[in-house]
Design a protein around this ligand. Structure first.
Ligand SMILES: [Zn+2]
Length: 182
């Protein structure tokens, strides 16, 4: 069976067995909060448990490295939607130690892409769109600095409301311990 077939078979059982019942919730976050965190697979269950969040409690936005990459990025747009349309009253940006984006240089991923057959011509297309691939694909050197930069982007956004706090934290992906950094 392919991965997709496996997934659909498991899903069918889940629905038939009413596995969804413990997760029933409304579409507005009960705890009126937005969490921006990393897509790291160790945080799938650990982070909600460590923050005492259950289904329906918070808006969860994920990106590589919990990075808010700029005022007009998709993550920033999602934050604005969560505040204005879904009732969030605080934003928590939570990076983590041992992150895959720590020390990741765009040139390294560019080399991996070339090995997989991405041509120079295609890199040119990216540059023609006004994006420097090495810069765009890169991570960060210090997770606390990354979190602080992301907090600043949100706080200073021209469309972000002054009455909504933005907090920056770093989580340990093994123990779930949180450390405030901004
Ligand atoms: Zn990460």
């Amino acid at each position: 069976m392919s991965q997709l077939e496996d997934l659909l078979a498991d899903n069918k059982k889940f629905v038939e067995n009413k596995g969804y019942v413990p997760f029933e919730a409304g579409g507005k976050p009960v705890k009126k909060m937005t969490v921006v965190t990393c897509m790291d697979c160790r945080l799938i269950e650990l982070l909600p448990r460590a923050l005492h969040l259950k289904n329906g409690d918070a808006i969860m936005i994920k990106s590589a490295g919990a990075m808010v990459e700029g005022p007009y990025s998709s993550v920033m747009k999602s934050i604005l939607v969560s505040v204005y349309e879904l009732g969030s009253e605080a934003v928590y940006i939570i990076g983590h130690t041992d992150c895959g984006m720590h020390g990741l240089h765009g040139s390294q991923m560019g080399a991996d892409m070339q090995k997989r057959g991405v041509s120079d011509h295609n890199f040119e297309k990216v540059r023609d769109a006004g994006i420097q691939p090495d810069q765009w694909l890169g991570g960060f050197d210090d997770v606390a600095d990354q979190v602080k930069d992301s907090v600043d982007i949100v706080k200073n956004h021209p469309l972000f409301p002054d009455d909504t706090p933005v907090y920056g934290l770093v989580i340990d992906p093994l123990t779930g311990e949180l450390r405030p950094v901004a």
